[in-house]
Write a protein that binds this ligand. Structure first.
Ligand SMILES: C[S@@+](CC[C@H](N)C(=O)[O-])C[C@H]1O[C@@H](n2cnc3c(N)ncnc32)[C@H](O)[C@@H]1O
Length: 278
């Protein structure tokens, strides 16, 4: 023990603390989205003081200092910008921080088409965090095949079928992610779609990607293929139709197949059964 350098030990502890408490960054961001702080700043004309923000969010005075800490943390991590401003009203402190959006928080404003708040809300929801707490247990046994099942006792896509709130959270989260990447895919890789007569988006969720492809390339007949409980609320149009089913059993034929997934799902939590992937 004596041979261990004290400074190295302190650095090791600080590194450990950084990793131990890094969840606070995620949770602070989740809280900001839950409270709709990006929207409040946006609605203020992109400049809001702490007291104005407290009022806009109906935060009780007893929690005002908590809001200040939250905002400071989110300023430190680049989600908001802050500048000191003077107050003219005599009853208020002379100086107060005025907060504005940065590029990072501008993609969390709900009225914007490229808003990623629903994706963040999904990924940091307790239902998807619980499997991470089950990862150790998952490594210890051969069954069940995914950490989601260890945590919840059922498979993720059965859970979306059983739990309607989780289904909505999942569909809205994935749709916001798809809306965000649609533009890049179609504008940046448009040549992939040229010449196609038909396309099937496998596991296409609520059809955001298929609708964007059909809009950009009206000559392509697009099909969204997903589980029946996902497509049952789907609004079909002249160029996009929805088919419900299980992609392990059948995929509707088309000139091209699109499969967009979140790879982290597959790697860490929702590893498919060997017999399903073979
Ligand atoms: C990670 S989400 C991706 C959604 C969409 N492609 C996107 O990127 O926004 C995976 C989708 O696959 C669907 N899915 C999962 N298992 C399926 C199966 N066996 N057959 C058909 N669809 C399935 C889910 O309902 C979900 O909509």
């Amino acid at each position: 023990m004596n041979s261990i350098n004290g400074e190295a030990l302190m650095q090791a502890q600080s590194h450990l603390w950084n990793h131990t408490f890094s969840f606070i960054n995620s949770m602070a961001l989740k809280c900001a989205v839950e409270l709709a702080i990006p929207d409040a700043i946006h609605n203020s004309g992109n400049a809001i003081t702490l007291s104005e923000l407290s009022a806009a969010l109906s935060i009780p005075p007893s929690r005002a200092s908590g809001l200040r800490h939250l905002m400071r943390r989110l300023v430190d991590s680049g989600f908001f910008a802050a500048r000191r401003s003077h107050h003219e009203k005599p009853e208020q402190e002379e100086e107060e921080d005025t907060f504005s959006l940065t590029t990072l928080s501008s993609i969390l404003v709900k009225e914007k088409s490229e808003c990623l708040s629903p994706f963040l809300a999904l990924m940091l929801d307790q239902t998807l965090l619980k499997p991470w707490h089950s990862l150790g247990a998952w490594f210890k046994g051969d069954e069940p095949p995914t950490a989601f099942e260890v945590g919840h006792g059922m498979r993720i896509w059965d859970a979306t079928g059983e739990w309607s709130e989780f289904n909505v959270l999942m569909n809205e989260g994935m749709e916001s992610d798809a809306n965000f990447t649609n533009k890049v895919l179609i504008e940046g890789c448009g040549e992939l779609f040229r010449g196609l007569g038909s396309l099937v988006d496998v596991g296409g969720g609520t059809g955001s990607m298929a609708r964007a492809v059909a809009e950009a390339f009206p000559e392509i007949k697009c099909t969204v293929f997903d589980l029946p409980h996902v497509v049952e609320t789907f609004e079909a149009s002249a160029t996009v139709e929805a088919v419900g089913g299980d992609f392990f059993k059948y995929i509707p034929p088309a000139d091209a197949t699109l499969l967009k997934v979140c790879t982290e799902y597959l790697l860490h939590l929702f590893v498919m059964r060997d017999e399903e992937t073979s």
